[in-house]
Design a protein around this ligand. Structure first.
Ligand SMILES: O=c1ccn([C@@H]2O[C@H](COP(=O)(O)O)[C@@H](O)[C@H]2O)c(=O)[nH]1
Length: 236
């Protein structure tokens, strides 16, 4: 499927950052047929959430496993090989060359798509410098995107602020997935590079990841559907 063929509704990925499998399943039930794509990250994965990947896939949902792997290449390759059997659509690794190379090797010819996390959306220039990087956010995101492309990575995670530049580098060969999405007026929390759903889609993002604004809402389904409507409007 080319990015242009992705239905507006399927571009919203809801982050199930919830404390238990019961809480996650209750959220999936509340969202019903409105949401087709879910993300499982640290909180749920370490609370027994990995079997939920296959369960959601059996219900026709897609699952983004956001484990942000980073280790020596051999360990990453072996870990990713195990993960190919869980039924996820996307898996994240950090965008370090050895890590990305190992992930591509572990993925092999399976259907699992590897996304490289370029620079976390909670980081700004000061945070990067404090972590010892010489490059600024946009330079590091672009350098990592070029390396990811050469290594055969399937997609990139960045903030929507970098999507325009990334599209020029990688074209439509790689999926561009953006957290750091906030509906107008929503609290940014710890996110520092943020955009509204409509602006992120207009900038060229393929998928939007939204957690707290949906899962902490009084009416999660209404918020998810409002985001999907904004996505559809931005796509024209
Ligand atoms: O750079 C990144 C990579 C991953 N994330 C994850 O996305 C969600 C965002 O949740 P919100 O509640 O909408 O802020 C969360 O699971 C992060 O781990 C990211 O935010 N930035």
């Amino acid at each position: 499927m080319t990015p242009a063929e992705i239905a507006p509704k399927d571009r919203l990925i809801v982050a199930l950052d919830l404390p238990s499998v019961d809480a996650a399943e209750a959220m999936v039930n509340r969202l019903g047929d409105s949401v087709t794509f879910y993300k499982i990250g640290y909180r749920l994965a370490y609370a027994g959430g990995l079997p939920l990947v296959g369960k959601l896939a059996d219900q026709g949902k897609k699952v983004f496993l956001d484990l942000k792997l980073h280790d020596i290449g051999n360990t990453v390759a072996q870990g990713v090989d195990s993960i190919t059997r869980l039924g996820a659509t996307f898996l994240t690794v950090h965008a370090y060359p050895q890590t990305m190379k190992g992930a591509v090797e572990g993925r092999g010819s399976s259907n699992l798509k590897i996304l490289a996390v370029t620079v976390l959306t909670s980081y700004n220039e000061d945070d990067l410098h404090a972590a010892g990087f010489r490059l600024g956010v946009s330079e590091l995101v672009e350098a990592r995107a070029q390396q990811a492309q050469v290594l055969g990575i399937d997609g990139l995670v960045s903030s929507p602020e970098e999507v325009g530049a990334l599209r020029k580098i990688v074209g439509h060969q790689m999926s561009l997935v953006t957290p750091g999405i906030r509906p107008a007026g929503a609290a940014s929390g710890d996110q520092k590079r943020i955009m509204t759903p409509g602006r992120a889609i207009a900038a060229g993002a393929d998928y939007l990841v939204v957690g707290r604004p949906v899962v902490e809402a009084t009416d999660s389904r209404a918020i998810a559907e409002a985001i999907q409507a904004e996505i559809a409007q931005a796509l024209g």
